[in-house]
Design a protein. Sequence first.
Length: 287
Amino acid sequence: MGETTRRIRDAGGRAEIIKTDGPKLLALGDGYLDLDLSRFPDVVRGVGDDLAIADGQDLNDLCLSVNAFLVETPDRLCLIDAGDGARRAPSLGHLEKALKSAGYDRADITDLFMTHLHGDHAAGLVQDGARLFENAQLFVSEEEHRYWNAPEEHDAIQATQAPFALAALEAYRERITLIKPGQNLVEGVEAVGLPGHTPGQVGFRIGNELPVLVSADAIHLPALQIKHPEWGFLFDADRSKALKTRLGLLDAVVETNIRLAGAHIPFPGVIKVVRNNENIGYETIRD
Ligand SMILES: [Zn+2]
């Protein structure tokens, strides 16, 4: 097993601090998702295998981190995404343990900032129809909320995710705030539009001079998709829009001090995209 694969499989229940100049930010490990390569239908074997191996991973034994992030301000405790819940334990469902290891309980969360409402981000919000975060408000983009209430727009793949989205929207229905890209949610946290993976997907930019952009599912597997952004993910609702967003994101962050965090970037889920001449790559950030 490669070193990165080992780190991904070992992340459930862990919490790590990510440096920013804004609010305190932590990565929380919900666990990992075993995948087969059919989830990346465009990958060219050989080229992809070499990139994975160079990154300490193996396309024949592929797994993705499932991370959430915690933002602490003086008076708010904001969770970005809520993991997969208990349905696929033991590989997933360790968010509560990660929160506890950071010194918190679910009841301490005041705000839930959702990047989008696929199951691996939203199933952890609810158990048996009841809210798991009893004191929290749910922040969802207006477009994401509209999309999941429009079943005629879901293809067969997105339809598999609709029950998770709708269960979350139902359980928190009295506590939902609809947001738009560009909006500041709390001091130092801004929503950023990243449409494609889902129509209403947003990321969250945290900090100013040393910012981290929690980029949701714009990139699933940096080992492949930084060099080959055209290798889309099967669960991208609109693969061409997802590609455009991915390219725009890489352009926006390369050669800047913006670090990219993501729900599926190997735990603790933060990279810095770098370009040497025409060669684009990334560095893993571990503070
Ligand atoms: Zn995801």
